[in-house]
Design a protein around this ligand. Structure first.
Ligand code: AMP
Length: 190
């Protein structure tokens, strides 16, 4: 079983690459951002809790995010493996995920981190905002806040997986296909 953490700042291409990898490796894709957006649209209790944070480009509190993630994993007992996209975003989330998976005799195989410069990220997100319908992609100050949250709270999660020799940095600049090949080359060695 392969369980991957697809990592990188907002706009690094995690969602795009996850879509290609799920087909190639027959994995279940869990994007915490997508689950939040679906809940906001359906006006669920979880959606109401998450909305105010997402609108400002801040992280949703760990307790809310962790329990939501665990529910999604539990509701896919037959999955061949998972791609976690946008999770874990804090060290407590990474620690919880490790404990939760090991109680099921599972573990993270690797963290694959897409590396992209900030200027490119802002440009990509503003472009995506033109047709993604995501309010948090349309406003440059919210985008910048998301990128600063990444450096303040999320980038450090790299150390958690580096300490377990599971961290792989990948150049996230190039065509979608080129980047996908770089990711596959690593996954095929796991
Ligand atoms: P994303 O689609 O991954 O860019 O996530 C969009 C927004 O959802 C983020 O800016 C956060 O507000 C929230 N979010 C998604 N995943 C997490 C997470 N693991 N922890 C906290 N907040 C999250």
């Amino acid at each position: 079983m392969i369980n991957l953490v697809l990592f990188g700042p907002p706009g690094a291409g995690k969602g795009t690459q996850a879509e290609l990898l799920i087909n190639k490796y027959n994995l279940k894709h869990i994007s915490t951002g997508d689950v939040f957006r679906k809940n906001i649209k359906e006006e669920t209790e979880l959606g109401l809790k998450a909305k105010s944070y997402i609108d400002k480009g801040e992280l949703v509190p760990d307790a809310v995010t962790i329990s939501m993630l665990e529910d999604v994993v539990d509701s896919n007992p037959d999955a061949n493996g998972f791609i976690f996209d946008g999770f874990p975003r804090t060290t407590p989330q990474a620690e919880s995920l490790g404990k939760f998976l090991s109680a099921k005799d599972m573990q993270i195989s690797a963290m694959l981190a897409l590396e992209v410069k900030d200027e490119v990220l802002v440009e990509r997100l503003l472009n995506r905002g033109k047709d993604s319908g995501r309010a948090d992609d349309a406003d440059e100050s919210i985008i910048k806040n998301r990128i600063s949250q990444y450096y303040e709270k999320t980038a450090i999660v790299k150390d958690f997986y580096s300490a377990q020799n599971k961290y792989f940095g990948i150049n996230g600049i190039g065509s979608v296909e080129e980047i996908s090949v770089r990711l596959s080359n690593i996954i095929d060695t796991l």
